[in-house]
Design a protein around this ligand. Structure first.
Ligand SMILES: Nc1ncnc2c1ncn2[C@@H]1O[C@H](COP(=O)(O)OP(=O)(O)O)[C@@H](O)[C@H]1O
Ligand SMILES: [Mg+2]
Length: 355
């Protein structure tokens, strides 16, 4: 799929702007603080209906204004599709003229894979970042996963309240049951997504000079058979004492993680910066491949300010691997990329000029 155009109104430092994209390569360049990332953020809004940069929509509202509107036209394998996001004190999202009742209905509609400058966090940081990666990935190919996840976190919150307040402990059995039935579904899907990544990831680098073997290892918080609900409940029961002390649930998918190995070496502990970069490039590219395989449509690839960080070898591998997709790249220096249908845009103080 690709985005044909986007119209921004009162979004960040854009007052009113229309950008027409190439279905292939788009390079957006300009000095710092001009509005390049703001464009990537606006496009990515259509993936989940939210900003990946801030918690509150209102932060993206142009200073001094009381609403913002972003509209986009996509070309998907099912044909043209238009979407609109309008935010004032409320938010409304429309797809092909129909108002969505819930934001979660948007997930899976427009698929995108994004690289941001802090992408090494995926390896270096705590498990939360990796859970977010795997959750966003599976949600794009399986909308039911996203729904289960929302329900799981709702139940988790209620169970945590009971543990904290200790006044409704007789309801715990009910919460355990609900948590476990949603939990096992989530674990099962995470396991199969990680298996799928493992199948795909090493095919990607095969013909390049980046031939290190990568393997992901799912490390669920539930020990033993994580697809067995009774086992899940048993573990909840046996950690109840500690849970009451801490006032929170200590077992379940909200505590899952996965480890990444490169040639059998744990990359978080022993990998070099360069190896981490290769690893994440391949991980993201396999995400693209799997989304394409499962949905029949290539996702849009958004690269915010990362190309300049790559050395020659990785850059070549990367540019070679993304030829079949729509790519939107931002950079501070004008990049010369030898790809057909390449549009170049210069951004200056919230104005976008196609060169
Ligand atoms: N809510 C907002 N209203 C108006 N301007 C904003 C808002 N949020 C950020 N900006 C402006 O946007 C610019 C940063 O845009 P950004 O896309 O991050 O820059 P870059 O080109 O470096 O990627 C800054 O000039 C900042 O002041
Ligand atoms: Mg930026």
């Amino acid at each position: 799929m690709y985005i044909k155009n986007i119209k921004l109104q009162n979004f960040r430092n854009y007052e009113k702007e229309l950008i027409e994209f190439s279905p292939k390569m788009n390079i957006i360049y300009g000095h710092n603080g001009q509005g390049k990332t703001n464009i990537v953020e606006a496009i990515h809004f259509f993936q989940s209906g939210k900003s990946y940069r801030c918690q509150k929509d209102i932060e993206a509202l142009k200073f001094g204004e009381d609403y913002f509107k972003i509209e986009a036209l996509f070309e998907t394998n099912k044909g043209k599709s238009d979407a609109l996001i309008f935010v004032n004190d409320k938010k409304s999202v429309r797809v092909n003229g129909f108002q969505l009742e819930k934001l979660s209905e948007l997930v899976g509609e427009y698929n995108m894979v994004i690289f941001t400058p802090d992408y090494l966090k995926l390896i270096k940081d705590g498990p939360g970042v990796r859970r977010q990666f795997i959750d966003s990935f599976i949600s794009q190919i399986k909308p039911t996963y996203f729904k289960n996840l929302i329900s799981y976190y709702r139940v988790l919150k209620q169970r945590n309240n009971v543990l904290k307040q200790k006044n409704m402990l007789q309801t715990l059995d009910v919460w355990d049951e609900k948590l476990a039935s949603l939990g096992v579904k989530i674990c099962k899907m995470r396991k199969s997504a990680i298996d799928k990544i493992n199948e795909t990831i090493n095919i990607i680098g095969e013909e390049s000079s980046l031939t290190e073997k990568i393997k992901l290892l799912y490390t669920p918080s539930v020990k033993g058979d994580f697809e067995d609900k009774e086992n899940f409940i048993k573990q909840l029961k046996s950690s109840l004492q500690r849970e009451l002390e801490k006032g929170m649930t200590l077992i379940g998918p909200h505590r899952d993680d996965f480890e990444i190995f490169m040639n059998d070496i744990n990359i978080k502990k022993y990998g070099s910066q360069g190896q981490m970069r290769s690893c994440i490039l391949k991980l993201k590219l396999s995400e693209c491949e799997i989304i394409k395989e499962k949905t029949g449509d290539t996702p849009i690839l958004l690269l915010d300010d990362i190309l300049s960080e790559l050395d020659e070898k990785r850059r070549k591998f990367f540019l070679q691997s993304i030829k079949d997709k729509q790519v939107i790249i931002t950079c501070t220096e004008k990049e010369n990329i030898d790809i057909d249908d390449c549009y170049v845009f210069r951004v200056e103080k919230g104005k976008v000029i196609r060169e």
